[in-house]
Each structure stands twice: as structure tokens, then as C-alpha cells.
Write a protein that binds this ligand. Sequence first.
Ligand code: NAD
Ligand code: IPM
Ligand code: MN
Length: 355
Amino acid sequence: MKIALIPGDGIGPDIIEEAVKVIHAIGEKKQISLEFNTYLVGGSAIDHTGTPLPEDTLKGCKESDAVLLGAVGGPKWDTLPGHLRPERGLLGLRKEMTLFANLRPAILFPQLKSASTLKEEIIGAGIDIMVVRELTGGIYFGERGRVEETRSAYDIETYSEDEIERIVRIGFEIAKKRKKKLTSIDKANVLETSRLWREVAERVAKEYPEIELQHMYVDNCAMQLIRNPHQFDVMVTSNMFGDILSDEASMLTGSLGMLPSASLSSGKLGMYEPIHGSAPDIAGQDIANPIATILSAAMMFRYSFEMEAEAVMIEQAVANVLEDGYRTKDIMEKDMKLVGTKEMGNLIAEQIKKM
Ligand code: NAD
Ligand code: IPM
Ligand code: MN
């Protein structure tokens, strides 16, 4: 298996190092031959090559079986013009690799029930929501610009029927294997793109009579997630709404540092990354939580390599370490054992060796 590594900026290198330890542990245990190649994207790419997405990075990623990315961005590059910012590198990579489906599972490990900011009676038996976010369209990729004469700026949201259909279909397919409930989130009371989104979702729903489709406005959804998260099974939504709602959903699981993601295309090649950013405020201090990245590596085994047993092994190793009481700072609680980024990675890799 050929894995492209993109550590990126801020805490990116810290957390990728720990995920690599865990992947190595799986490789050794299961005798899987692994090849790692490291590439630049984002701020580090700008510093070394002058562009956020160098040509050889793109080529290397396309020739790999999977890409594992840390995070990009930071204050050092915040004053660059939009098309040269680190984030542009990440967006370019998603677009060039046609990674239109972004799966962001918000799952609460039972050991972290009291780390969630929600009251335990609202958390109840646990949280298990799959956020399906459209990743290569919408306002992120529409025309944008400024009109200097009027001192105004614009960002245009466009969605084609095909773009909506393929992501909504992913939502239905995932719901089919889960609790058979799909919530499509939009702002159809205001946006034309959302009205088209609803029409397409309704049409596709006819092919999935066993799935209950519900529409919800995004503002209401933001509130419902906190009021009663149990009403949700699978959510499908546009690029920007999915970005915002998934950060919100992460807090139900205890921390932004717990939420992994898989960005998929129609083939097997995928990109795997935590949903959080480069956390410049804690970079290089050995305090970042590497679990979101380690769980993203589990998703890599599941979706790109089709190695479900190995994915489950990683997830179980994380659960075991949490069960033993180890916590990084962001999920630390009374009577638990505080560990740094590196020690958390070591503990999870050791669990795999013991299995
Ligand atoms: P952020 O996600 O980096 O951080 C938000 C808060 O969560 C911070 O307090 C941070 O310390 C904390 N946090 C994030 N990840 C953590 C972890 N693993 N363990 C412990 N705490 C963690 O968001 P931000 O501060 O708004 O953005 C910082 C930079 O990251 C920006 O340049 C932004 O564009 C970029 N960003 C990149 C990605 C990505 O590469 N996929 C995603 C989001 C933001
Ligand atoms: C994410 C990030 C990115 C996004 C940024 C860095 C472009 O917030 O992966 O969630 O908005 O998609
Ligand atoms: Mn985000």
C-alpha cells in the first residue's frame, strides 16, 4: 500500500507522526507492505516552493493508494491573497482528486461521556451520527471577487443537479447500512441552490423507499444537534453547512480532536484527515490530541484498502487506551491520566501490538 503523507502546518506534523506509528503497528501485525512518501501542501509548501499545492504533490497523491493529511494554515500566511493561501492548496487537492464525498462520523466513545459538553442525560446511550458533506462544489468553489468601485465583495454558490445527486446518493447508501434515516440539511427558505437540492433529494428518495428522508433548515439543525442529537442518523449537506455542522457535532464527542474524516471519490483513492485545523495556539507543544488523525487512518484502511478488520483494530486500540484512563489535555477529566501527543500515539500503537 502506497500512502502519501501530508503533515502540513501547525500541529499537522505532530499528529501525523503518531498516526504513522499506528499504521506501522498494523503493518507489522498483519504483514502488510507499506510505502510512505511525504509531500508538501499549505504553508510549508508556500515556504519551500512558493505555491500552496506543488505539481509533484498532486502527481504523488494521484499515484498513491491513499493520502493522509494533518492540517494546513496558520497566522504566518493569513495576509496572503486568497489564491495563494495555504487553505487553497487543500481545496485544490480535493478538487483535483474529485473527492466530492466527505464522511465525518461523530461517534462518542462511551469512556468520554462526561467529556462531552452536553449534559449526560442528553447524551444518553451515546452519539453516532454520520455527517456527509459535499466537498468539491458550492460556495467554496464558485466565482468570488471584489468590486473596488463599490467597496464590495462576492462569493457565488452554485450547485448542479449532478453534483447534488451524487452526494445525496452517498447519503442514502450509507443510511441503508445504518438506521435508515437520512436528514438533508439546507436553507431552502432562502437559497435557490437549496431548493434544487431538495428537489433532487426528493427524486432520488423514490429509489430508496426503505429510507426515511427528512429535510431540515440549517439554522434549526444547528440547534437540534444540541437539543436532541439522537434524532439524527445520517446527515447530508452542502460544503459550507457541512463544514460548520461537523465542528459543532465534534463537541458532542468530547473534542474537536476526536473527529476523523474520509474524503472519497468514485474510485478507491481517498484522502483522510482530522476535521480540525492546524491549531497554531498549541503547535509543537506535545499537547494536541492525535486521535482524530489516528481514527482517520482507520477510515483509510476501511475505505481505500477495504481492510475492515484492521480499521476496527485501530478503533478498538483507541477505546482500550481511553478505557485505561489516558487522556490528552482537551479531553482531560478528574482522576484520569494526562498524556502528551507522543505518549498517546505510543499507547495506541502498543495496544495494537498486544492484540
Ligand atoms: P482549529 O481547528 O485549528 O482550532 C480550533 C481550536 O481547537 C483551537 O483552540 C485548537 O487548539 C483546538 N484544537 C484543534 N485541534 C485540536 C487537537 N487535535 N487537539 C487539541 N485541540 C485541538 O481551527 P482554527 O483555529 O479556526 O484554525 C487554525 C488554522 O487551521 C487556520 O489557518 C485554518 O484555516 C486552518 N484549518 C485547516 C483545516 C485543515 O487543514 N483541514 C481545518 C480547519 C482549519
Ligand atoms: C475543514 C477546513 C477546511 C474547509 C478549510 C481549511 C479550507 O475547515 O477541512 O473542515 O473549510 O473545508
Ligand atoms: Mn472545517
